[in-house]
Design a protein around this ligand. Structure first.
Ligand SMILES: [Zn+2]
Length: 78
């Protein structure tokens, strides 16, 4: 079993080729690429959600501004 390393993320042994060394507070640990990819995918999802939320907020703010400005619009039109 010398070609495998213990993955602290999955708590399983994976082939060495799939492992990357990580430095944590408790020392050096090994993590497999798929767990790193999975973590990154979750992060991307969260980023996408955050972007969606801020776009929503922007649109809401825009609509509020439009609504506030709308009563005056007829006076501004030529
Ligand atoms: Zn793993």
């Amino acid at each position: 079993m010398s070609d495998t390393l213990y993955c602290y993320c999955c708590r399983k042994h994976h082939p060495k080729a799939q492992m990357r060394r990580f430095t944590t507070r408790t020392g050096e640990r090994w993590r497999c690429l798929s767990s790193i990819e999975a973590a990154r995918a979750r992060l991307d999802e969260r980023d996408a959600f955050g972007r969606q939320q801020s776009e929503l907020n922007r649109q809401t703010a825009l609509r509020l501004t439009e609504r506030m400005l709308a009563p005056n619009l007829k006076y501004c039109l030529p």
